[in-house]
Design a protein around this ligand. Sequence first.
Ligand SMILES: NC(=O)c1ccc[n+]([C@@H]2O[C@H](COP(=O)([O-])OP(=O)(O)OC[C@H]3O[C@@H](n4cnc5c(N)ncnc54)[C@H](O)[C@@H]3O)[C@@H](O)[C@H]2O)c1
Length: 339
Amino acid sequence: MNIFFGENAFAQLSVLISNYDKFFVLTDENVHKIYSSMIASLVPEREVVRIVIPAGEDSKSIENVIFIWNKLLEGKAGRDSVLINLGGGTISDIGGFAASTYKRGIDFVNVPTTLLAMIDASIGGKNGINFNNYKNQIGLFSEPESVIINSQFLKTLNERDIKSGLAEMMKYAFVADASFLDLDTDNYLDFIEKAAMTKDEIVSLDMKESGLRKILNFGHTVGHALESYYLEKENYLTHGEAVALGIFSALYLSVKYCGLDDKWLFFYEMWFKGNLNMLNLNGFDVDAIYSYIYHDKKNKGGKPRFVLISGPEKPQIDVEVKEEDIKEAIAILANKFSE
Ligand SMILES: NC(=O)c1ccc[n+]([C@@H]2O[C@H](COP(=O)([O-])OP(=O)(O)OC[C@H]3O[C@@H](n4cnc5c(N)ncnc54)[C@H](O)[C@@H]3O)[C@@H](O)[C@H]2O)c1
């Protein structure tokens, strides 16, 4: 898999597309509205089949996979075809899944349009959909042919989604590269390429997540539980917001279980309050949120396992944590980060 950066990345996309007989572009309604003419101009002399699904996390559904498969079938997609996933992590997750399962797999290219997708979701070949209200329950590993990263897309992204991407970027500071500790809302553009390459490097060493790659789940055990819990509620959390909260819980548990200096907990609390928004956590119910942790794919023998750290760049995987401590680490979030 190749990753291309910058404005020239688009020239690369045109070259890539010219290798295929047919090309299909999957977007969501928001992205399509803004970038419709850009899609037409990609390869002006060629016909493109557009597949547009509603925006948002709810779209990562089996119904939408069926919709995409039908569009591919109607457009006679085959091994000579490519699906371009133009959008955020929702689009790369479902598009990668639909492309990889259609006729045992056709090629796909990710063109991320959100910060979170540029630095994380579009890279690494984890594709999937939500099922029965649980995140990413159905899916597979399958890498895109290429990822084309152009930060120009961020000019149209709203503040909430920019901030959502910042938390996933900060995750790299704790598990992989302490230089991300200097990240803030003023300088995040400078960190995009480094973040994407950090993810790519980790994935290339452990594609199927049997060891090292697990460090990227830092903050995600509580994060996914929160995201699932709020999925059906009016005050839903974005993926990045849920992960931002989950990182605080993971740091809190790291102090308790791995001897992390509590100055990092304080550092992160200040970073969160200085760079992200306070969140609407109405309806916060520790027991209900905890129940989602039982369905986490990272559990072993039914017991929750966490990625924790003993310091920046010092991750520890598969740490077994007691129920009462997890609940304590969840409960503290409502006091600190609720608006
Ligand atoms: N596969 C992985 O490794 C991985 C990693 C992290 C996250 N994820 C997944 O990614 C998803 C979250 O991704 P996301 O935060 O990108 O959300 P998203 O794809 O839902 O996009 C967020 C919002 O931004 C809009 N949008 C996208 N690009 C835009 C642009 N350039 N201008 C204006 N609006 C734009 C979308 O329409 C949507 O409303 C979650 O489902 C999460 O589970 C996957």
